[in-house]
Design a protein around this ligand. Structure first.
Ligand SMILES: CC(C)(COP(=O)(O)OP(=O)(O)OC[C@H]1O[C@@H](n2cnc3c(N)ncnc32)[C@H](O)[C@@H]1OP(=O)(O)O)[C@@H](O)C(=O)NCCC(=O)NCCS
Length: 169
């Protein structure tokens, strides 16, 4: 996957229908504990507005200019992609760009994220980018009962001292 085809961009109000379309798919919604479901236009508008008011925290993920997903780094790093585009390295590429931007433009010392252990793809994305395991907790979500959640953390120093994390593998 080349960085040339995956890019981050700010979300704008005309992205609302596309965000609704992506986030209402159960394959996406089931692993996003904080995302309302059904995901209505009003939810998408709130998400876009938050991004507009907090530059650098929310990005649309574009693949060949089409909006295919989004990520946010509000409290924790979270990301999602239209299932049609899964398995091509797009999430890894997008999150890598977001981390690079974050650590080169701020002094933030760490980024937290996590995944439900059934969500192998998400765990792998974080692992490829240098996140390491912290605590595991059992939790219940709207879509998963008694799900095991693995928290992950990436330290700034690790990102800056391991150039290989910034490169495609
Ligand atoms: C998680 C998600 C963003 C991954 O997107 P993606 O673009 O397919 O991810 P990538 O292609 O960059 O990387 C996926 C990795 O997981 C691996 N993978 C995928 N399914 C897997 C499985 N069932 N078991 C083990 N590994 C798996 C892939 O092989 C790849 O690893 P590799 O590069 O070493 O081969 C996407 O599945 C998604 O949007 N899911 C729903 C929302 C979500 O779960 N968000 C994360 C919560 S924060």
């Amino acid at each position: 996957m080349s960085d040339a085809t995956v890019s981050l961009r700010p979300l704008v109000m005309r992205d609302v229908p596309r965000l609704v379309e992506i986030c209402n798919q159960m394959q996406v919604a089931r692993y996003l504990a904080h995302m309302p479901h059904p995901f209505k236009r009003s939810h998408a508008k709130r998400f876009v507005t938050f991004g507009m008011e907090n530059p650098g925290l929310v990005f649309g993920i574009a693949f060949d200019r089409l909006l295919v997903g989004a990520l946010q780094m509000r409290d924790q790093l979270e990301y999602f992609l239209d299932p049609k585009y899964w398995g091509r390295g797009i999430a890894t590429c997008a999150v890598r760009q977001a981390l690079d931007r974050l650590f080169s433009t701020t002094l933030q010392q760490q980024v937290k994220s996590g995944y439900f252990i059934q969500n192998k793809a998400s765990g792998r994305v974080l692992e490829k980018l240098g996140f390491v395991k912290s605590i595991q907790q059992t939790t219940t979500t709207r879509h998963l009962s008694m799900a095991l959640h693995q928290s992950m953390i990436l330290q700034r120093v690790r990102w800056l001292t391991k150039p290989a994390l910034k490169k495609e593998k």
